[in-house]
Design a binder for this molecule. Structure first.
Ligand SMILES: [Fe+2]
Length: 204
């Protein structure tokens, strides 16, 4: 194969990968849009509601994440790159109406989130590797979180939580291999770093 032929094949491969990624993103967005549609009240189509209070919404987001896990083109090679310092977040897509943002999180061994509740609904699925999730109970009197239990979250694990301090957790990569998780948050893309986590203190 001569050099021009090689570069043409490389370019065709890159275009194909980008097309498959765009299609996978479109499928996940369509599934999330369907979850919103499932909890809309026909009598009040424009009423502001918290969709995460509807069972149909949680079911729809879980189904969207399950479908996404089976879509290998969804997370690109660039969106699988980690950082030595702390877990790294890559924005994959954001709803044009500001209702959700989709991100991959890359966890190297030893990386962990802070203990946090959420300012909005969120769902996540483990794509590669195993995360350790620790759950906490909010202690109103002492103004902090008490540890309840920890459990491993292997590839395929899917979780959904509403906003508020009834759902407090911490995710950590306690393994010796990198881990990648897929997250959906109920915020606009530009709010992902500032309007999702509600960091709380641990009380013993
Ligand atoms: Fe979280």
């Amino acid at each position: 194969m001569n050099a021009p032929e090689f570069f043409m094949l490389e370019a065709a491969s890159a275009i194909s990968a980008a097309t498959e990624h765009a299609a996978a993103v479109a499928r996940l967005c369509a599934a999330l849009d369907a979850a919103f549609d499932a909890c809309r009240r026909p009598s009040e189509p424009d009423a502001p509601t918290d969709p995460s209070r509807h069972a149909a919404f949680a079911k729809g987001v879980r189904a969207a994440l399950a479908q996404a896990l089976a879509d290998p083109a969804l997370v690109t090679a660039a969106q699988r790159e980690g950082s030595a310092e702390k877990y790294r977040r890559h924005l994959i897509a954001a709803d044009p109406n500001g209702r959700y943002a989709i991100a991959s999180l890359v966890w190297q061994p030893g990386h962990a989130s802070p203990i946090h509740a959420h300012q909005t609904w969120c769902g996540y699925a483990v794509l590669e590797g195993t995360l350790t999730e620790t759950l906490y109970r909010w202690d109103e009197a002492r103004g902090g979180a008490q540890t309840v239990r920890s459990h491993p979250r292997a590839p395929g694990a899917i979780s959904f939580g509403a906003s508020g301090r009834a759902n407090i957790h911490r995710l950590a990569n306690d393994s010796t291999a990198p881990c990648i998780s897929l997250h959906v948050y109920g915020v606009a893309g530009e709010q992902m770093a500032t309007h999702v986590n509600d960091i709380v203190a641990l009380v013993l």
